[in-house]
Each structure stands twice: as structure tokens, then as C-alpha cells.
Design a binder for this molecule. Structure first.
Ligand code: GAR
Length: 194
């Protein structure tokens, strides 16, 4: 894991595929004086991702990657991250799985947020499955990315109690609110120097 020295901030790339609400929360966090990150670029596999509009309003450089060929896509991502001196990647609703090779080349400096209490409910439609199984609790997890879907060392996890009238939609809203706190907290936990 990369170490922070002096007043240097981690030059961070946020990868998104859609709405970008976690991107927003990470951006807000990055603007704090004590924040260990600076968001240098936003990268997406989806040129229609709503989060790109936000990135543009904040003058963050945006890269749209054609993912029709994963090997080529990752080659391009490597070039972009190198050129922009990126030392941390935050996946924030990025719906592509990075190859083991790519992750290795990034020496473990890749984080992901997932809307469940991992290792439970990896993958898609998390909230629907949680509700269907009558779980008592759900939540979200920030973890290191290791080449397997929604796996890797857990950095931080927060849970909430599911109420009787919660459906998948209500639950997703509640958990998203927590996500916006947990992602910055996980980064602070990993990299803060104070
Ligand atoms: C978030 O709920 C995030 O946890 C989830 O996608 C959503 C993206 O929302 N990620 C995954 O499911 C990854 N497996 P956002 O675009 O508003 O940040």
C-alpha cells in the first residue's frame, strides 16, 4: 500500500459507471485540508454516466473508456493512470471487473465500496436479495480490490437494522447515505497522517 509522506496527497482516480453520488462525497472529502486524497481524474466505461456531469462542473479531467475489448481498455487505463501520476484508484459504482494483472500492476492501491455486509451478498441486486432473505441487518463495506468480485481485505464496514417496512428501494437509499460517510472514513483510516 502506498505511503503518504509530508504534505503530499494521493493523486486519486475515481472510476464510475453511473450516478456518481459516491464520487460527489469523495470530492467533498478531498477538499478538506486534512484529506489525504486529491481527485485528479474520473474514468468511466459508460459515456452516459450521470456522474460525468458532476466531474465536469468541478473541472476534473474525465476519461471515457471503450470496454468492448477488456484487454485494450485496461491498456488504455494503464497509460492514463501513469500519465496522470495516479497512486490510488477508488472504484465508486464501477461495474467492470478489473483483471488480476491490472490490479497487480497497481500494487494493491485500489479500493471499492459495495452496498452489503461483505462477504455476504457480493454482486448485483444486493438489496433485493437481502430483503428476500429477511435479513435483520445490511450495510456497506469498503475493501481492497483483489481480482475476485467484491472480495479483498475489508477496511471498514457499517451496518444498519432493516425495518419491517423497508423494501429494496428504501434500503438502498439508507445504505447509500452511509456509503457517503464510510468511503471517506475508510480512506482516512488507511492514509491519514494525523
Ligand atoms: C453504490 O451503491 C455502490 O456501493 C455500488 O453501486 C452504487 C453506485 O452509486 N457498487 C457496487 O455495487 C459494486 N459492486 P453511485 O454511482 O451513486 O456512487
Amino acid at each position: 500500500m502506498v505511503k503518504l509522506t509530508g504534505k503530499k496527497k494521493l493523486l486519486t482516480a475515481v472510476f464510475i459507471s453511473g450516478r456518481g453520488s459516491n464520487l460527489k462525497s469523495l470530492f467533498k472529502f478531498s477538499k478538506k485540508k486534512s484529506s489525504p486524497i486529491k481527485i485528479q481524474i474520473v474514468l468511466t466505461d459508460n459515456k452516459k454516466a450521470k456522474g460525468l456531469l458532476f466531474a465536469k462542473t468541478k473541472n476534473i479531467k474525465v476519461f471515457k473508456i471503450n470496454y468492448s475489448n477488456k484487454t485494450n481498455a485496461e491498456k488504455k487505463i494503464k497509460i492514463i493512470t501513469k500519465k496522470n501520476k495516479i497512486n490510488l484508484i477508488c472504484l465508486a459504482g464501477f461495474m467492470k471487473i478489473l483483471s488480476k494483472n491490472f490490479i497487480k500492476s497497481f500494487k494493491g492501491n485500489i479500493l471499492n465500496i459495495h452496498p452489503s455486509l461483505l462477504p455476504k451478498y457480493k454482486g448485483l441486486n444486493t438489496h433485493e436479495r437481502v430483503i428476500k432473505n429477511n435479513e435483520k441487518y445490511s450495510g456497506c463495506t469498503v475493501h481492497l480490490v483483489n481480482g475476485k468480485l467484491d472480495s479483498g481485505k475489508i477496511i471498514l464496514q457499517k451496518s444498519l437494522k432493516i425495518l419491517r417496512n423497508d423494501d429494496a428501494y428504501k434500503l438502498s437509499k439508507k445504505i447509500l447515505k452511509i456509503e457517503h460517510k464510510v468511503y471517506p472514513e475508510a480512506i482516512e483510516k488507511l492514509f491519514s497522517t494525523h
